[in-house]
Design a protein around this ligand. Structure first.
Ligand SMILES: *Cc1c(COP(=O)(O)O)cnc(C)c1O
Ligand SMILES: [Zn+2]
Length: 499
């Protein structure tokens, strides 16, 4: 829509001003650090960082109602930099000029209501937010768009050369990092570290296709992360893991979009989120806190984190009801179909601990819970969802299994409605579906296929009379017609529709 057609009181705000005073704040020692340097941990104490906007007070003087109108109208503009997560520019990273923003089509993923049959079966209204419809087919693109846009901005501001970006990954981070780095072309090179044999073939093909250097490391994700941390501490490399606080900022857009899609009415809304490295749940909590401070929402929604019993450090931590007695202990992970969340020592744990407290306090009651689900439940619920028209990955299945668990534990009531994070596209994890359908799951997963959820191709061939059986033989028109007719009849027979 043309600028002149927007309401008069919206026009001056449609194109965001480049302003804001952002700084890193350490969760360990509370010291602040300038964002002019790329920092991943606090140089004083090694703690993890978050980015705060010192100008927020100024902005929250504008009423929440006006902010909602600005963001709603902005979706009708045609400027590419404002089409994705940066339609919420003021809330994310107002210091980045629009011409340094990368937009590859991330964000504004659809909220897809479950059909009536599935809602009845689960017992509560719910929708999936399809993060698999992001450009690299997972939610990681939200954070990456922000981190790479800021890196792009720093490179041009400081005239940096030969920038090397690195990350460790359970698969999707590397796919996303490599995609955005590839878009920047000569400006930066990217290297991704993957645990050998622990990412799916689809996830491995993505960074390779984007031209990144892909380094396979023996061990699991937690081991790759240690190597990457060493690299970031000792060499001038840009770290693209969620330790990078810019990624958290970008991922907050998920919360903004959910609020916008529900007309900012959060009463009775429950968000269900799988937890791995805990960056995503950190960002979602942080995003809703921001909307609350800006007066854009009146209630903080309930948030349920979900972990598999094979990788459950966050669940275990919150088993202790008294905050002062909780002790965080990393766990040794076991094989999980929710492979993208198979993490025993989540980097963002200090962020979660701090923000959960703040969230519950502001809500004046407990609004954040963590539930645990089995590998079996994850697979069964993923397949159930997809048989009802969804495109959930195994982690999306984990969200649905988590909703069922939370309902059974009365953490969610039948009067609420849920928004489930389907964090990636089902195609990335097709191998797990194949193992389920063919009954070839290695025993360590503890998954037993249920007949009713399995599906295999059925041969509609005609064995001996198949005219294609001898490739050297020419087929006559008559033989071909017979083949078509017989095949059609056989199909009707297989479908139980023959007369
Ligand atoms: C990264 C990832 C997760 C876990 O998110 P965290 O931020 O690490 O907690 C879940 N699902 C998918 C598909 C992912 O790629
Ligand atoms: Zn510190």
């Amino acid at each position: 829509m043309e600028l002149s057609e927007f309401p008069k009181n919206i026009r001056p705000y449609l194109i965001p001003k480049i302003e804001g005073h952002l700084e890193y704040r350490c969760l360990g020692c509370s010291k602040t650090h300038s964002i002019d340097n790329l920092l991943y941990t606090c140089p004083d104490c090694g703690g993890v960082l978050l980015i705060h906007d010192l100008d927020e007070k100024k902005k929250t003087r504008c009423p929440g109602r006006q902010w909602r109108r600005i963001f709603d109208y902005r979706r009708m503009t045609t400027i590419p930099a404002l089409k994705g997560i940066f339609s919420f520019h003021e809330l994310i990273a107002p210091v980045i000029p629009l011409d340094h923003i990368l937009y590859l089509g991330e964000g504004h993923t659809p909220l897809v209501e479950a059909n009536q049959g599935l809602q009845n079966r689960i017992g509560v209204p719910f929708a999936f937010k399809n993060e698999g419809q992001n450009p690299s087919a997972s939610f990681k693109d939200r954070g990456m768009a922000c981190a790479l846009s800021y890196l792009n901005h720093l490179i041009s501001k400081k005239k940096l050369k030969n920038v090397l970006a690195v990350c460790a990954s359970t698969g999707d981070t590397s796919a996303s990092a490599a995609l955005y780095a590839a878009y920047l072309g000569e400006t930066i090179r990217s290297a991704v570290l993957l645990p050998k044999g622990k990412v799916t073939p689809q996830q491995l093909s993505q960074p390779l296709g984007s031209g990144a250097m892909v380094l396979e490391i023996p061990g699991v994700f937690d081991d790759c992360m240690k190597v990457v941390e060493y690299l970031a501490d000792h060499f001038p490399v840009a770290l693209l893991n969620s330790k990078n606080a810019w990624r958290i900022l970008g991922q907050e857009s998920y919360a903004f979009e959910v609020a916008q899609a529900l007309d900012y009415e959060m009463e009775g809304v429950v968000l269900i989120v799988p937890i791995g490295n805990a960056g995503n749940i950190t960002a979602i909590i942080s995003g809703f806190l921001k909307l609350f401070r800006y007066g854009m929402i009146a209630t903080l929604p309930k948030i349920i984190g979900v972990q598999s019993h094979h990788a459950n450090p966050v669940y275990r931590y919150y088993l202790e009801p008294q905050a002062s007695k909780r002790i965080f202990k990393p766990v040794k992970v076991r094989p999980s179909v929710a492979q993208a969340a198979m993490i025993g020592n989540p980097v963002s744990m200090p962020r979660v601990i701090e923000m959960v407290e703040q969230y519950n306090q502001l809500s004046e009651k407990q609004k954040i819970f963590v539930v645990e689900v089995t590998e079996q439940a994850i697979m069964d619920h993923m397949l159930l969802a997809n048989r009802n028209g969804h495109i959930a990955c195994t982690q999306g299945g984990e969200s649905l299994a988590g909703l069922v668990k939370a309902l059974s534990q009365k953490k969610v009531s039948r009067k609420e409605r849920a928004v489930l994070n389907a964090t990636a596209h089902s195609l990335k994890f097709a191998g797990f579906q194949e193992m389920y359908f063919q009954g070839t799951f290695p025993p360590d997963f503890g998954v037993r296929p249920k007949k009713g959820l399995q599906n295999d191709p059925v041969s509609a061939g005609l064995n001996k009379r198949d005219p294609f059986s001898d490739p050297r033989k020419l087929i006559t028109q008559k033989e071909y017609n017979v083949f078509i007719e017989k095949t059609a009849l056989k199909i009707m027979d297989l479908l139980g529709m023959s007369t």
